[in-house]
Design a protein around this ligand. Structure first.
Ligand code: MN
Length: 305
């Protein structure tokens, strides 16, 4: 099942390039609550799954809305947290000259307010800092997870999606550098585990203005999706709808005003975002030239002051 969130918090099933709107049926079947409809769907999925499968089987595929007739939204608008893996591919560790990877660093948090819809625009906040794209494979938690083992972890996954972890380079905390509003584009929809298959063999690619920048497969993750989710659950309880993103491979590079960035994830789908620097200001913090950045060329002026 591929669950799309679109327009004004509506939910649909994506099939063959069309979206079947199931909002009204879900609204009358799910308990009311203060959270988004998709979080309520995730929480009560076992009860409403038969209804969704029935709707999916009954309705003529041509009855759905065409994708260009809807505005896709981030699949979950209100996770309690976004848990992210730092340095979880060896080729990215090498390109960043990092001494450590996920097994020493643990995880960091991105602000949930940084989520951006597919087709949205990343707003670069500063005119004098470097900002990079990071292509990632992410999962959305289904059942609450606390202290789960790697063997149990995937039983707590509701679905999988694509995510860009947009990042300011430098010495500020990761949570600052990666939490600017618009810095977490996510989508295009949620693919349930039965439809995705193994999360350990998923290809992903990222292009900027059509040029390939990143290409990888989740089989090369240092900590697999299951192991990373398990670890995160030993630190903090993972709630239904929480986002866990598994890290980026080599090929990170700057994005600039006017760029169009596309993420393509096997068995999930693709989406693009645009980049603007039109409201960029001088950065008020002094992290430039510090932190996990690619080193300058040897003896080419040394590190910036
Ligand atoms: Mn990342």
């Amino acid at each position: 099942m591929r669950i799309a969130r679109f327009d004004d918090d509506r939910l649909g099933l994506e099939r063959d390039g069309r979206v079947l709107d199931v909002t009204d049926q879900l609204t009358s079947s799910l308990a009311p609550g203060p959270y988004s409809l998709v979080r309520r769907l995730i929480t009560d999925f076992a009860e409403v799954r038969p209804l969704l499968e029935e709707l999916s089987a009954e309705v003529d595929p041509s009855a759905g809305l065409l994708l260009d007739e809807v505005r896709l939204r981030a699949p979950v608008p209100d996770p309690t947290k976004i848990v992210a893996a730092p340095v979880n591919y060896r080729d990215h560790q090498e390109e960043m000259n990092e001494d450590y990877h996920v097994s020493a660093l643990g995880f960091f948090l991105k602000s949930p307010s940084s989520l951006l819809d597919p087709g949205g625009t990343v707003r670069l906040p500063y005119s004098d800092r470097r900002f990079d794209h990071e292509a990632e494979f992410a999962l959305v938690v289904g059942r609450r997870a606390s202290q789960v083992t790697p063997e149990q972890a995937l039983d707590h996954v509701f679905g999988y999606t694509g995510l860009m972890d947009i990042t300011m380079r430098g010495g500020e905390d990761r949570s600052t550098r990666k939490s600017f509003d618009t810095f977490t584009p996510m989508g295009p929809w949620l693919v349930t585990p039965d439809e995705l298959g193994s999360p350990d063999d998923i290809g992903l690619e990222l292009t900027v203005n059509g040029a390939l920048r990143q290409k990888a497969n989740t089989r090369d993750l240092i900590w697999s999706a299951a192991r990373f989710l398990s670890y995160a659950s030993t630190v903090t309880v993972l709630e239904p709808g929480d986002v866990v993103t598994t890290g980026t491979p080599a090929g990170v590079a700057p994005i600039q005003d006017g760029d169009t960035v596309e993420l393509i994830v096997d068995r999930i789908g693709r989406f693009t975002i645009d980049v603007t620097a039109e409201s960029a200001m001088p950065c008020p913090t002094g992290g430039a030239g510090r932190g996990p950045v690619p080193p300058p060329a040897p003896r080419a002026g040394g590190h910036p002051a």
